[in-house]
Each structure stands twice: as structure tokens, then as C-alpha cells.
Design a protein around this ligand. Sequence first.
Ligand code: 2NL
Length: 351
Amino acid sequence: MSDALNRILKEITALREAARAGADAAAGAAAREAWRVKYLGRKSEFQNIGREIGALAAEEREAAGKAFNQLKNDLSALKEKLDGGAATRNGSPRGQNRADEAAADYTLPGVAPYVGALHPLTATYYEVAAFFAALGFGVAYGPEVEDDFHNFGALNFPPEHPSRDAQDTIYINDERLLRTHTSPVQIRVMMSQPPPLRVIVPGRCFRADAPDASHFPVFTQVEGLLVDRNVSLGDLKGTLAAFARYVFGPETKMLFVPHYFPFTEPSAEVHISCTVCRGAGCGTCGRTGWLEIAGAGMVHPNVFRNVGYDPEEWVGYAFGMGLERIAMLVYGINDIRLFYENDLRFTRQFG
Ligand code: 2NL
């Protein structure tokens, strides 16, 4: 064996030992990089040995090359081990980690997790309910599947009223239908307790409507009923005007337009000054300056008779509104179908 080969083999052994000790001691990204430069870099002793082997005589080159290849594998394994340890410590995939842990700033704020939002109908209902709760109204619930008496008869609908037609009302069978408003719940409340009372009744209602931007076969109503002595139309009007200012803002004006409902007399459509143009006239209000938001009136004496209340002693007012319509005006939503499509891009924007 030539002196040159002997020296090269000793250098390979020494370099391997030094590299192992260096890798064991390399803590931190800077130390790992320094190790890489020292043992695998372009000017490393490893590269020098490669050049020395190139200068050996051909018959000695094979033995030296073998030892050199083994050294190369060992150094690569050490580097892998160093990088792998770094990857584990930083929680990033093995071999993909190039991030210097010294560059991570642990004082930065975290990424806020998405915690959800109220559905716009729910958010709107909470506002409506808060207003009436402050005036002493309780909340009542009742069945969505009803009968003709609670949904129509007790409410003074005559036997041949067109609302009963299957064109408008969804029937389960000859006796059962899906309620078309929440009034049957007030009928149930009145039949189960004596006056005075004040309740609001929120809930799902159903009508045989084809869907478009303003109709949907499922919708949500909030009705209110107050029964007491000495109740006037002025009480109703003042209450709804205060409600409109609470929900739509203090500048909101209100208008009662005479109307007809079988269950109230007198009856009115409730209009408010347009929330978009404040009454000047625009596309939203059809150039009228007014928007219809509810119906209302004084409870018809026949309704009181039907539930066993004495209409000579008791007076009441009642009102009903479509919650979707209120929510559309509050949030600027232009299509009722959006409430029922469960598109998270829509529902995440509210509440
Ligand atoms: C509307 C109109 C209204 C009522 C609902 C009612 C209930 C009973 C007795 C009398 Cl038990 N009235 N409810 C009264 C007037 C109007 O709703 O257009 N709703 C969307």
C-alpha cells in the first residue's frame, strides 16, 4: 500500500469520527448549518479527500473509492438525522423543513378559530323578542300540524273562505293541515288560560306558494296578542311605532293603512318609512316611500266568543309579521330563498 493511500484511509476514519462528534454537539439551526458546511460543503475536507483519491494510481483508487463512498453514506445519514430532528422539533413534515426556528416569532397573535354565527332569522327574532319581553310579553309555542278549527274556524274565517283551499294551504289529510300562520297558537293559549295576557308567538308556517324572491312555502311568523281591559287602537299603534323605531332606527315613521282580516276589526296594514330612501321614494319601496312590515288590528269579538272570553269585558289587539321580511330589511337581503339554502357563504355573514 502506498503512503498516499494509507494517509487517505486514516483521514477518512478521522473525518467520520469528527463528523459524528460534531453532529452530536450541533444544537440549533445555526450549528446544523455550520456542520453541513464543514463536513459536506464545497471547501470541506470531504471534498479534498475526493480530489486526493483522483490523484491515486489506478490500482489503489478502487480501495480508496470504497472507503470514500462509505464515508459519504455516513455523512449523508448524519445530515439526515440532523434535519429530521429539526423537522420533528418544528412540527413540519420530515425533509420539508427549511424554516429556521430562530425566525419563528412566538409573540405574534394566533389565528382566531371560526366560532360560528347566528342565522339571520334567529338574530332578527332575538331583537323582536327583546323588544316585546321588555313590555311584559311572554313567548308561546304550538304545533306546526294543525286542524281547521284552530287555524281557521276559531279565527272567524267563514266556511268557504279561499284561504282554506288546497291551492293555498298544505293538507296532511282531511283533518290535518300545516298551519298557515301562528294564530292557532294564540287560540290554544286563550283556551288554556283566562285573561289578561300578553304573548308573542314565533314559529314556522307553511303555504302552497311557488318560490320566488319574495315567496317560499316555509316561512317564519311572529304574531303578538294582548288581551286586557281598556285596550285601545292607540295602544296598538304606539306599541308598533316604538317597535319599528327599535328595530329599524329612531328616525323610522309608521303608517296604518286600513285593511281587512277576518280575525280583527278594525284591521290595518303596518307600513314604515323606507329603510333605504327614508321616505323619498326608491326601487325598494316602489317609489312610494313606504314599506309594509306587518298586519294588525283589534281582536274580533267572534274570536273571543270562540275561545270562551266575554267580548263585553275583554278587549285585545293583535299583530303579525313575516320574520323573513323584517330580516331582509334589517340586513339588506334581496331574496327570501337565501334563508333556506344553507349556503355558508350567506349564513356566516350575520349575527
Ligand atoms: C299579517 C297579519 C295578523 C293577527 C295577525 C291575530 C291572532 C288572533 C286574533 C286576532 Cl288569535 N289576530 N293575529 C292579527 C292581525 C294581523 O297578521 O299580515 N301577518 C304577516
